[in-house]
Design a protein around this ligand. Sequence first.
Ligand code: MG
Length: 269
Amino acid sequence: MKKLISISLMLLLTLAITAQEQRQRPVQAGQGSQPPSEPARMTPAMTEIWEPEVPVVEPGAQPGMPPSDAIILFDGTETLLNKEWEDARGNPTKWIVKNGELICVKGSGPIKTKRKFNDFQLHIEWKTPSEITGEGQGRGNSGVYLQELYEVQILDSYNNRTYRNGQAGSIYKQYAPLVNASRKPGEWQTYDIIYTAPRFGNDSTTYFTPPRVTVLHNGVLIQNNVSLRGPTLYIGIPEYSVKKHGPGSILLQDHGNPVAFRNIWIREL
Ligand code: MG
């Protein structure tokens, strides 16, 4: 009887050890209860996205001309000036149209678009007076304000030294242009501006994501997706004056110089 118990115990012990070994043995590929899944073999079609189809836009006939989805803001006519622009108080502007050029009238204040924009691509052409008067910031000064808050400086910066973060193509007092691509006074120049508006969270005095600006001056990249610190200030630190805001106008500055404009169009992004 004692022997029988010993044999039984030995047998149970052997079975237990065998079961333990089986649990510890690594499962070889193809030996588990689930067959191993082989990685799907990629085909070229798997990474092709067909829908929705990309919208078709007809480009301008020449570089700088508006594509078919642009909103024309100034085409050389008083009709469009009065339709799309107003002064800072919402009244008709006193800026004049002469020979298809929109000219700033000293003392009449800035003009702004009646429409308001968020993210956009803006094309604008401008010309500082051929007759040179003044120097530094006083020569051919105007500006393109994005959402009425952030100034891309317009200035005669052809042989006209001023502070680098205040010359033509600067984001005024924040970023100097990468290069000075200015043409001579009296010659037409272009800005192509790509703007991403800021996003705000619950805090109304800091950006969740800041405004970002890219500028090409006469086709030359001068601001490469720079991140703005706050609204443009003449005096002070921009980040201290951030306030939550929504869409805004394009505003052209009256800085007392008869700067001319033409061919202004915008694409909302
Ligand atoms: Mg200015």
